[in-house]
Write a protein that binds this ligand. Structure first.
Ligand SMILES: C[S@@+](CC[C@H](N)C(=O)[O-])C[C@H]1O[C@@H](n2cnc3c(N)ncnc32)[C@H](O)[C@@H]1O
Length: 261
Protein backbone atom coordinates (compact mmCIF):
# COMPACT_ATOMS: atom_id res chain seq x y z
CA UNK A 1 0.00 0.00 0.00
CA UNK A 2 1.12 3.62 -0.31
CA UNK A 3 3.26 5.57 2.05
CA UNK A 4 0.64 7.86 3.58
CA UNK A 5 3.14 10.73 3.73
CA UNK A 6 3.86 10.61 0.03
CA UNK A 7 1.91 12.98 -2.19
CA UNK A 8 1.32 10.33 -4.86
CA UNK A 9 -1.61 8.29 -3.57
CA UNK A 10 -0.71 4.99 -5.23
CA UNK A 11 2.26 3.21 -3.70
CA UNK A 12 5.17 2.43 -5.96
CA UNK A 13 4.53 -1.30 -5.60
CA UNK A 14 3.82 -4.10 -8.00
CA UNK A 15 0.19 -4.25 -6.90
CA UNK A 16 -0.25 -0.56 -7.71
CA UNK A 17 1.41 -1.34 -11.01
CA UNK A 18 -1.02 -4.11 -11.74
CA UNK A 19 -3.81 -1.65 -10.98
CA UNK A 20 -2.40 0.90 -13.35
CA UNK A 21 -2.13 -1.65 -16.15
CA UNK A 22 -5.86 -2.01 -16.06
CA UNK A 23 -6.81 0.98 -18.14
CA UNK A 24 -7.75 1.56 -21.73
CA UNK A 25 -5.05 1.95 -24.33
CA UNK A 26 -4.68 5.22 -26.13
CA UNK A 27 -3.98 5.61 -29.81
CA UNK A 28 -0.55 6.62 -30.92
CA UNK A 29 -0.99 9.26 -33.54
CA UNK A 30 2.05 11.44 -33.76
CA UNK A 31 5.50 11.71 -35.16
CA UNK A 32 6.82 12.98 -31.90
CA UNK A 33 5.02 11.74 -28.90
CA UNK A 34 5.60 12.51 -25.29
CA UNK A 35 3.98 10.22 -22.75
CA UNK A 36 3.47 11.49 -19.24
CA UNK A 37 3.60 9.87 -16.84
CA UNK A 38 5.14 6.57 -17.68
CA UNK A 39 4.06 4.70 -14.60
CA UNK A 40 3.27 1.06 -14.98
CA UNK A 41 1.78 1.20 -18.43
CA UNK A 42 1.97 -2.18 -20.05
CA UNK A 43 5.32 -1.48 -21.63
CA UNK A 44 5.92 -4.97 -23.04
CA UNK A 45 2.81 -4.59 -25.15
CA UNK A 46 3.26 -0.88 -25.90
CA UNK A 47 6.90 -1.15 -26.92
CA UNK A 48 5.90 -3.43 -29.78
CA UNK A 49 3.54 -0.73 -31.08
CA UNK A 50 6.05 2.12 -31.10
CA UNK A 51 7.76 2.55 -34.44
CA UNK A 52 10.86 4.27 -33.20
CA UNK A 53 12.43 4.26 -36.67
CA UNK A 54 9.79 6.71 -37.90
CA UNK A 55 8.92 8.60 -34.74
CA UNK A 56 10.58 9.92 -31.65
CA UNK A 57 9.08 9.04 -28.28
CA UNK A 58 10.01 10.43 -24.91
CA UNK A 59 8.57 9.28 -21.59
CA UNK A 60 8.63 11.43 -18.46
CA UNK A 61 7.78 10.60 -14.88
CA UNK A 62 8.52 12.17 -11.52
CA UNK A 63 10.03 8.86 -10.41
CA UNK A 64 12.65 6.74 -12.24
CA UNK A 65 11.17 3.70 -10.47
CA UNK A 66 8.31 3.92 -12.95
CA UNK A 67 10.47 3.39 -16.04
CA UNK A 68 10.54 -0.09 -17.63
CA UNK A 69 13.73 -2.20 -17.40
CA UNK A 70 13.71 -2.68 -21.16
CA UNK A 71 13.48 0.83 -22.58
CA UNK A 72 13.75 -0.15 -26.23
CA UNK A 73 14.55 2.95 -28.29
CA UNK A 74 12.42 5.24 -26.15
CA UNK A 75 13.99 8.05 -24.18
CA UNK A 76 13.00 8.51 -20.55
CA UNK A 77 13.57 11.44 -18.23
CA UNK A 78 12.67 12.21 -14.65
CA UNK A 79 10.56 15.33 -14.57
CA UNK A 80 7.85 16.90 -12.42
CA UNK A 81 5.05 18.08 -14.70
CA UNK A 82 4.38 21.07 -12.47
CA UNK A 83 7.85 22.49 -13.30
CA UNK A 84 8.86 23.92 -16.70
CA UNK A 85 10.62 21.42 -18.98
CA UNK A 86 14.25 21.90 -20.05
CA UNK A 87 14.53 24.13 -23.12
CA UNK A 88 15.60 21.26 -25.43
CA UNK A 89 11.98 20.00 -25.26
CA UNK A 90 10.25 23.28 -26.14
CA UNK A 91 8.16 23.24 -29.34
CA UNK A 92 9.24 19.64 -29.90
CA UNK A 93 6.17 17.37 -29.73
CA UNK A 94 3.21 16.72 -32.03
CA UNK A 95 1.35 14.96 -29.25
CA UNK A 96 1.64 15.00 -25.50
CA UNK A 97 -0.26 12.17 -23.86
CA UNK A 98 -1.02 12.38 -20.15
CA UNK A 99 -2.99 9.81 -18.20
CA UNK A 100 -4.18 9.27 -14.65
CA UNK A 101 -2.62 12.06 -12.63
CA UNK A 102 -5.79 12.52 -10.57
CA UNK A 103 -4.18 10.98 -7.50
CA UNK A 104 -0.86 12.69 -8.10
CA UNK A 105 -1.19 16.44 -8.54
CA UNK A 106 -3.00 19.08 -6.54
CA UNK A 107 -5.92 21.09 -7.87
CA UNK A 108 -3.81 24.26 -7.97
CA UNK A 109 -1.07 22.50 -9.98
CA UNK A 110 -3.16 21.74 -13.10
CA UNK A 111 -2.63 25.27 -14.42
CA UNK A 112 1.17 24.95 -14.31
CA UNK A 113 1.05 21.44 -15.81
CA UNK A 114 -1.03 22.62 -18.76
CA UNK A 115 1.19 25.67 -19.31
CA UNK A 116 4.32 23.49 -19.21
CA UNK A 117 2.85 21.08 -21.75
CA UNK A 118 1.93 24.03 -23.99
CA UNK A 119 5.59 25.02 -23.99
CA UNK A 120 6.80 21.62 -25.26
CA UNK A 121 4.11 21.19 -27.95
CA UNK A 122 4.93 22.18 -31.51
CA UNK A 123 2.64 24.90 -32.91
CA UNK A 124 -0.50 22.98 -33.96
CA UNK A 125 0.41 20.02 -31.70
CA UNK A 126 -2.13 18.27 -29.49
CA UNK A 127 -2.49 17.56 -25.80
CA UNK A 128 -4.48 14.42 -24.98
CA UNK A 129 -5.16 14.01 -21.24
CA UNK A 130 -7.16 11.07 -19.88
CA UNK A 131 -8.61 10.51 -16.43
CA UNK A 132 -11.03 8.21 -14.63
CA UNK A 133 -12.71 10.72 -12.37
CA UNK A 134 -15.99 11.63 -10.68
CA UNK A 135 -17.97 11.01 -13.89
CA UNK A 136 -17.43 7.25 -13.53
CA UNK A 137 -18.67 7.12 -9.95
CA UNK A 138 -21.69 9.42 -10.34
CA UNK A 139 -24.21 6.62 -10.10
CA UNK A 140 -27.46 6.49 -8.18
CA UNK A 141 -28.87 3.32 -6.62
CA UNK A 142 -25.51 1.60 -6.43
CA UNK A 143 -24.30 1.43 -2.84
CA UNK A 144 -20.75 0.51 -3.83
CA UNK A 145 -20.31 3.49 -6.13
CA UNK A 146 -21.99 5.79 -3.59
CA UNK A 147 -19.36 4.70 -1.06
CA UNK A 148 -16.55 5.20 -3.57
CA UNK A 149 -17.89 8.65 -4.39
CA UNK A 150 -18.06 9.58 -0.69
CA UNK A 151 -14.55 8.34 0.00
CA UNK A 152 -12.85 9.80 -3.10
CA UNK A 153 -14.65 13.14 -2.89
CA UNK A 154 -13.84 13.77 0.79
CA UNK A 155 -10.28 12.37 0.64
CA UNK A 156 -9.29 14.26 -2.51
CA UNK A 157 -10.72 17.49 -1.05
CA UNK A 158 -8.82 16.98 2.20
CA UNK A 159 -5.58 16.49 0.23
CA UNK A 160 -6.16 19.48 -2.08
CA UNK A 161 -6.60 17.17 -5.09
CA UNK A 162 -9.31 17.40 -7.73
CA UNK A 163 -11.95 14.67 -8.16
CA UNK A 164 -13.40 16.50 -11.19
CA UNK A 165 -10.04 16.18 -12.94
CA UNK A 166 -11.17 16.13 -16.58
CA UNK A 167 -13.40 19.19 -16.07
CA UNK A 168 -10.44 20.97 -14.47
CA UNK A 169 -8.13 20.05 -17.38
CA UNK A 170 -10.77 21.34 -19.81
CA UNK A 171 -11.11 24.66 -17.94
CA UNK A 172 -7.36 25.20 -17.67
CA UNK A 173 -6.82 24.41 -21.37
CA UNK A 174 -9.45 27.00 -22.28
CA UNK A 175 -7.87 29.55 -19.93
CA UNK A 176 -4.39 28.87 -21.35
CA UNK A 177 -5.55 29.68 -24.89
CA UNK A 178 -5.48 26.20 -26.45
CA UNK A 179 -7.73 25.79 -29.50
CA UNK A 180 -10.36 23.14 -30.30
CA UNK A 181 -10.65 22.03 -26.67
CA UNK A 182 -12.95 19.02 -26.31
CA UNK A 183 -13.91 16.82 -23.37
CA UNK A 184 -15.08 13.36 -24.38
CA UNK A 185 -16.31 10.32 -22.48
CA UNK A 186 -15.55 6.76 -23.56
CA UNK A 187 -17.76 4.24 -21.81
CA UNK A 188 -16.97 0.54 -21.48
CA UNK A 189 -20.64 -0.35 -22.00
CA UNK A 190 -20.21 0.46 -25.69
CA UNK A 191 -18.72 -3.04 -26.03
CA UNK A 192 -20.20 -5.88 -23.96
CA UNK A 193 -16.96 -7.86 -24.36
CA UNK A 194 -15.25 -5.30 -22.12
CA UNK A 195 -17.38 -6.23 -19.12
CA UNK A 196 -15.12 -8.85 -17.46
CA UNK A 197 -12.10 -6.63 -17.90
CA UNK A 198 -14.00 -3.59 -16.60
CA UNK A 199 -15.02 -5.47 -13.46
CA UNK A 200 -11.41 -6.54 -12.89
CA UNK A 201 -10.30 -2.92 -13.33
CA UNK A 202 -12.75 -1.66 -10.73
CA UNK A 203 -11.59 -4.32 -8.28
CA UNK A 204 -8.01 -3.13 -8.85
CA UNK A 205 -9.05 0.50 -8.18
CA UNK A 206 -10.83 -0.53 -4.97
CA UNK A 207 -7.82 -2.57 -3.80
CA UNK A 208 -5.35 0.24 -4.44
CA UNK A 209 -6.83 3.75 -4.52
CA UNK A 210 -9.84 3.18 -2.26
CA UNK A 211 -7.83 1.33 0.40
CA UNK A 212 -5.06 3.90 0.22
CA UNK A 213 -7.41 6.89 0.57
CA UNK A 214 -9.19 5.29 3.55
CA UNK A 215 -5.86 5.09 5.33
CA UNK A 216 -4.46 8.44 4.25
CA UNK A 217 -7.62 10.27 5.32
CA UNK A 218 -7.60 8.56 8.72
CA UNK A 219 -10.92 6.78 8.15
CA UNK A 220 -9.23 3.57 9.28
CA UNK A 221 -6.36 3.02 11.70
CA UNK A 222 -4.05 0.77 9.74
CA UNK A 223 -3.40 -1.07 6.48
CA UNK A 224 -5.11 -4.21 7.68
CA UNK A 225 -8.34 -2.32 8.42
CA UNK A 226 -8.12 -0.54 5.03
CA UNK A 227 -7.64 -3.79 3.20
CA UNK A 228 -10.51 -5.43 5.14
CA UNK A 229 -12.88 -2.56 4.29
CA UNK A 230 -11.82 -2.66 0.64
CA UNK A 231 -12.39 -6.43 0.67
CA UNK A 232 -15.96 -5.94 1.96
CA UNK A 233 -16.63 -3.38 -0.75
CA UNK A 234 -15.29 -5.72 -3.42
CA UNK A 235 -17.54 -8.51 -2.10
CA UNK A 236 -20.60 -6.21 -2.39
CA UNK A 237 -19.46 -5.06 -5.82
CA UNK A 238 -19.14 -8.65 -7.08
CA UNK A 239 -22.58 -9.42 -5.67
CA UNK A 240 -24.11 -6.44 -7.54
CA UNK A 241 -22.33 -7.44 -10.74
CA UNK A 242 -23.60 -11.01 -10.33
CA UNK A 243 -27.12 -9.56 -10.20
CA UNK A 244 -26.64 -7.75 -13.49
CA UNK A 245 -25.70 -4.37 -11.98
CA UNK A 246 -22.23 -3.92 -13.49
CA UNK A 247 -21.55 -0.20 -13.97
CA UNK A 248 -19.52 0.97 -16.97
CA UNK A 249 -16.12 2.54 -16.63
CA UNK A 250 -15.97 5.98 -18.21
CA UNK A 251 -12.64 7.20 -19.44
CA UNK A 252 -12.65 10.98 -19.78
CA UNK A 253 -10.40 12.47 -22.43
CA UNK A 254 -9.58 16.13 -23.02
CA UNK A 255 -8.08 17.05 -26.38
CA UNK A 256 -6.64 20.50 -26.97
CA UNK A 257 -4.52 22.03 -29.72
CA UNK A 258 -1.73 24.54 -29.43
CA UNK A 259 -2.26 27.53 -31.70
CA UNK A 260 -0.33 27.37 -34.96
CA UNK A 261 1.51 30.67 -34.76
C1 LIG B 1 -1.59 6.31 -11.85
S1 LIG B 1 0.00 6.38 -12.57
C2 LIG B 1 -0.42 6.45 -14.29
C3 LIG B 1 0.66 5.85 -15.13
C4 LIG B 1 0.42 5.89 -16.65
N1 LIG B 1 0.30 7.26 -17.11
C5 LIG B 1 -0.78 5.09 -17.05
O1 LIG B 1 -1.77 5.70 -17.46
O2 LIG B 1 -0.74 3.86 -16.94
C6 LIG B 1 0.53 8.05 -12.23
C7 LIG B 1 1.98 8.31 -12.60
O3 LIG B 1 2.24 9.71 -12.41
C8 LIG B 1 3.54 9.88 -11.87
N2 LIG B 1 3.56 11.21 -11.23
C9 LIG B 1 3.08 11.57 -10.03
N3 LIG B 1 3.23 12.88 -9.81
C10 LIG B 1 3.85 13.38 -10.92
C11 LIG B 1 4.31 14.67 -11.30
N4 LIG B 1 4.13 15.74 -10.48
N5 LIG B 1 4.93 14.83 -12.49
C12 LIG B 1 5.11 13.75 -13.29
N6 LIG B 1 4.70 12.49 -13.00
C13 LIG B 1 4.08 12.31 -11.83
C14 LIG B 1 3.67 8.69 -10.93
O4 LIG B 1 5.02 8.44 -10.61
C15 LIG B 1 3.00 7.58 -11.73
O5 LIG B 1 3.90 6.92 -12.56
Amino acid sequence: MSNTNEKYVFGRTQSAGEGNKKHFDSPIVSERKYHLSCGYSNWDRLLGKFDTTQRYYHGFDISPDQFPDDKGNIEFSVHNITAPFPEEHWNRYDLVHVRLLIAAIDEDEYKAAITNIHQILKPGGFLQWEEIDEVTYKLENNTVFEEIWRCFDSSFKAEGKCFRASAKVFEECMAAGYLNVERLAYSSDWDSNLRPDTEARFVAIFETLYASLLLRSGQVDDELAASKQAGELIKNYRHLCGNGNSPPLKLMRVIAQKETA
